[in-house]
Design a protein around this ligand. Sequence first.
Ligand code: DCP
Ligand code: MG
Ligand code: MN
Length: 366
Amino acid sequence: CDNKEAQRKDGPNEYIAKKLEELMLLHKAKPGDEDHWRAFSYQKCLRAIRNYPKRIKTIEQARSIRGVGDKTALKVPRWRSFSSACLLSDALQIMEIINTGDLRRIAYENTDDVKVRQIFQGIYGVGQSTAVKWYAAGCRTLEDLLAGKGGVELSPQQRIGIEFYDDINSRMPRAEVKALFELIKPIALNIDPKLDVRVMGSYRRGKADCGDIDIMITRDPADGRTHAGILHHLLKALHARQIITADLALPEDPFDLEAIYRGLCCLPDVRGARQRRIDFLTVPWTSRGAALLYYTGDDIFNRAMRLKANHLGYSLNQKGLFAGVVRDPRNRTIKLNTGNLVASETEEEIFRMLDVPFREPHERVR
Ligand code: DCP
Ligand code: MG
Ligand code: MN
């Protein structure tokens, strides 16, 4: 692999990022409505620290990381008007790590209930509310859950999540994504040679390791045919070849042009091959540009693009860029109409409409 990400080594402030990350993960397992936001601002802060080229020594440096980063390592365009990444409280925590090598808050937050909930939330599809519920029912270990302690009942998906707990929670090397894709792509093209099949997500961004494999499928309908129903046949073929080993979430309608499948896959005939997470995303041909943009990510970059779109009076999602969307003033997340499609066929036109200089996939990170 030829990109920067794959070659990146730990920077001089990795030890700081590691400690803050530990705290962030504890926050994630803590009930409370601010948590989502808290985790989000931490992620921004972590990236800024990891990208900071010099060893951080003073609180001024810690507080100014965003500003410094803007000009040098990050090259963040002006339109990314995030509030400052490192708040004073974050800067104080950074100083504590620099001065003591530790963060007392970690020990304070790392209570037994948080530890248990953290383990539970590592089960695929299990969020905070379920983890809290299971803890309250008296469960403390994965074995407790499997035994149905306290009357807990697991869904089939949760059982798979426990069975392959370690596999699902580890990332795979880029080469393994490539190997699996090279098995899958010909099987898809064998069903219909005109399919457009590609790997999205962290792989497309050039990352050295991936949490899952995101495969997008679409098809030019110029000859009067579409990819509707393909996913159904492809999944059947992949099950038969023992490449797909378990289903986690089936599409509501596998014959829809837009369908999502989530499951586990594995390199067949490879001793010790691990179970890997795989997602299939089928999208209508006309929205392929918006889908490319969305499924390439990363999630923080997508958020920045959506914000920029909103500032300009547009609405952006995986289907396209829309103008004239009217939102409920009491709840801005509710759309009162779908608006008019402005751009969706290519990534370039969406960037252009948003007046954002085009960025290659590997540049779509902070
Ligand atoms: N995505 C998003 N917001 C989310 C989830 C996903 O914008 N809440 C988009 C951006 C992601 C893409 O979908 O890049 C794929 O989602 P993944 O969860 O697979 O994330 P990545 O592929 O980026 O990372 P990983 O290597 O962890 O899979
Ligand atoms: Mg992914
Ligand atoms: Mn995914």
